[in-house]
Design a protein around this ligand. Structure first.
Ligand SMILES: [Zn+2]
Length: 179
């Protein structure tokens, strides 16, 4: 059972769902593949309504980490500022950020958790080598407002059918395999 005020606080928190259109899904996999074995990073532009965020575009950003790029990424705040201005002009907003985890799982690292912002999706694409190419998994997370608690959010892809030409779909949690 929930404990007093803290329980009520969590109950009032909306659990968001992130919806990716086909173009965005393909772009995420393509970007992760092209930067492999380095981490890729970028921004998700879209719309937010009620309990859903709709990603309409994925914009690639340069990984400006001064560390080993196979395990780190960094985004220039100036790049974000420029994107924000152009997004406003298109009636879109920044609804989240993405980066890849080459040779790793699609879960948040401690560093990811530390730098996560409130009120946006934080999507991770894992890319791991398999017998017949790279295997991908996409998962998305959010940080509960006013806390340091991060949790996985629901993720939906727009169209299972269209992906079948390019990837093998493994189920409802967006696992993909390059064919
Ligand atoms: Zn990460």
């Amino acid at each position: 059972m929930f404990c007093g005020k803290l329980g009520l606080f969590y109950l009032l928190q909306v659990i968001f769902m992130l919806v990716l259109n086909d173009e965005v899904t393909r772009e995420l996999l393509s970007h992760a593949k092209s930067e492999y074995p380095n981490e890729c990073c970028g921004v998700l532009l879209g719309e937010q309504s009620n309990e859903k965020r709709f990603a309409k575009r994925a914009l690639r950003l340069e990984n400006k980490s001064a560390w080993d790029k196979t395990a780190h990424f960094a985004i220039d705040p100036l790049d974000i500022h420029k994107i924000e201005l152009s997004a406003n002009a298109q009636n879109l907003m920044i609804i989240g950020f993405y980066h890849s985890h080459p040779n790793c799982v699609a879960v948040l690292s401690k560093t990811d958790e530390r730098y996560m912002l409130y009120d946006c999706s934080y999507l991770i694409v894992s890319a791991n080598e398999g017998a017949d190419g790279l295997y991908f998994k996409i998962a998305s997370f959010e940080k509960i407002i006013g806390t340091n608690i991060c949790r996985e959010e629901q993720l939906l892809t727009e169209s299972r059918k269209q992906h079948e030409e390019h990837v093998v779909y493994f189920g409802d949690s967006a696992h993909f395999r390059r064919t």
